[in-house]
Design a protein around this ligand. Structure first.
Ligand SMILES: Cc1ncc(COP(=O)(O)O)c(C=O)c1O
Length: 382
């Protein structure tokens, strides 16, 4: 069954912009180009549309409009969350999970940063997390879903743990805050984002993973949290992110999030079935393949395989030549030669990491795509 069309299996890296999102953005590049801070009526109409986009995002998150800060993507939101909290507290520390995206790890690195372990399934070890939090910890950052192996982290349990620790702190007269940040970039297509149900104080989202524009994103900042800005200037976005607002990106992001959340139950069902089918196909046609990461607590679009003895870079080239686009580990670290820190944290050897592929499905993925990739891999493995 040779592939005679493109099979795109890298949705964790990028998603195409949805037609309705593009249509919603289009006016802000042309007729409605005005600066939303200007005073004339035409500009006020643009301001109104920007605020409507903010209200739409807030509604998806169960948040207040004033708690939504538009940014230029996941990396910026993560940096604002981490540095924005940490810069205010000399001598304090931040605890992050060992499998965070580099946008969190690198933002946390300049501060006193402790890593919380994950188990072999790629799930946060809650006891280890608790052991790393002390009376000087002001921020805990745990991603909602991992971008490499797709594992869904127990955010609600982390929130309950922090609530218990906050109570103990109050009783001990410690007035330092203890905030919870979650990077939900990979979660927004499939999971509940309601911030009070989750119990988070800060949440990162980006448009490029939810069929919205790249370099669009949001940081949810609870009204309880005090943040220092990284970008200073004219005071837009409540002074937390100065610069003339990218209204097209904000409107596009809001539309993409609205659509993603409206479709998420159906996508979880459809992709969950495809994922099960893919795992079955792998078991029969790629008997040496090992599935990495919990299959239970996992995004429905993620397949992550180790093919023992194989070189993932070579496999990716061979797949590409046959029209199948996939990834080794995360796209953001694809250019550095280091084996994935996520797979290392899960206890995989460097050789196993080097033999691993990430296949991430999306809205247009079909059963035929799954069959094509498994068939092609079986052929390549000979
Ligand atoms: C979990 C996670 N966080 C952050 C980012 C960075 O987002 P952006 O590329 O929009 O800056 C990504 C992108 O791969 C991601 O998957």
């Amino acid at each position: 069954m040779p592939v005679n069309r493109q099979v795109y299996l890298d949705h964790a890296a990028a998603t195409p912009v949805d037609d309705d999102v593009l249509a919603a953005m289009q006016p802000f590049f042309a007729a409605q180009f005005y600066n939303p801070s200007a005073n004339y009526l035409a500009a006020q109409a643009v301001r109104h549309d920007l605020e409507a986009a903010r209200a739409s995002v807030a509604a998806c998150l169960g948040a207040r409009t004033g708690e939504i800060i538009f940014t230029a993507g996941g990396t910026e939101s993560d940096n604002l969350a981490i540095s924005g909290v940490m810069m205010q507290h000399q001598g304090a520390n931040v605890v992050v999970s060992a499998i965070e995206h580099d946008a969190v790890l690198e933002a946390a690195h300049p501060f006193d940063c402790r890593l919380a372990a994950v188990d072999a399934r790629g799930l946060l070890d809650l006891a280890d997390l608790e052991s790393r939090i002390d009376e000087q910890t002001v921020l805990v950052s745990v991603m909602y879903a991992n971008n490499e192996v797709g594992t869904i982290q127990p955010i609600r349990q982390v929130a309950l743990l922090l609530e218990r620790l906050r109570t103990a702190r109050r009783q001990a007269g410690n007035s330092l805050p203890l905030y919870l940040h979650t990077d939900a970039c990979q979660a927004a297509n499939y999971l509940d984002l309601h911030v009070s149900r989750l119990g988070v104080d800060l949440m990162t989202l980006n448009g490029g993973k939810i069929y919205g524009p790249k370099q669009s994103g949001v940081l949810y900042v609870s009204s309880r949290v005090r943040l220092q800005p990284l970008i200073r200037g004219g005071g837009q976005e409540r002074g937390l992110r100065s610069g003339t607002e990218n209204v097209a990106a904000a409107v596009g992001f809001a539309k993409a999030l609205e659509l993603a959340q409206a479709r998420r139950h159906e996508e979880v069902r459809r992709l969950g079935e495809l994922q099960r089918y893919a795992f079955e196909q792998c078991a029969t046609q790629l008997p040496t393949a090992v599935i990495n990461g919990s299959t239970k607590h996992r995004l429905p679009n993620n397949l992550h395989l180790t093919l023992p003895g194989q070189d993932n870079e070579r496999l990716l080239v061979e797949l590409d030549e046959r029209g199948i686009l996939a990834a080794a580990g995360s796209a953001c670290s694809a250019s550095n030669e280091e084996p994935s820190h996520v797979l290392r944290a899960m206890g995989l050897s460097d050789d196993a990491a080097q033999a691993s592929l990430r296949l991430t499905m999306g809205r247009t993925t079909t059963e035929a795509d799954v069959e094509a990739v498994v068939y092609t891999l079986a052929e390549l493995l000979g």
